[in-house]
Design a binder for this molecule. Structure first.
Ligand code: ZN
Length: 138
């Protein structure tokens, strides 16, 4: 069995952002040389997510509005966590959107369903963040 590890680096210009990272994951898969196996992609921070959904701009606005209803960023003092930070909303948004995805690798390709794309969801950006790609197989 082969194993491959790579970190993807992000520093978004805005506090919140959705980034389609499918091209970077495909590059990592090509670098791994693995043809059959599993690909794990996870955020390495507790205020960011990795999830799979559609790359459709209207849906991305819908995610933003929905998450702001569930866990509004402001006022900051509505959250106990914000006694020493201002990112409680980012922790909650990350939990809703998920930490990681696992995609099957078949014949050297990410074995997606229709319209599936991998996204990095940033909820406390403008700082250096990392995503782990771990691929195992043969
Ligand atoms: Zn925090």
């Amino acid at each position: 069995m082969k194993s491959f590890r790579k970190e993807l680096l992000f520093r978004t210009k805005t506090r919140r952002a959705l980034v389609n990272i499918t091209p970077q994951v495909k590059t990592a898969l090509a670098e791994s040389g693995i043809r059959e196996g599993l690909c794990l992609v996870n955020a390495m921070h507790i205020t960011a997510s990795v999830f799979i959904n559609d790359d459709e701009s209207g849906l991305h606005l819908d995610f933003e509005r929905w998450l702001e209803k569930l866990a509004p960023e402001k006022p900051h003092d509505q959250y106990d966590h914000n006694s020493h930070e201002d990112n409680a909303d980012a922790h909650l948004k990350r939990t809703v959107m998920g930490r990681e995805v696992v995609v099957a690798i078949t014949n050297g390709q990410l074995d997606f369903g229709t319209w599936e794309q991998i996204f990095y969801g940033e909820f406390d950006g403008m700082r250096d963040k990392r995503v782990l790609v771990k691929i195992i197989g043969a």
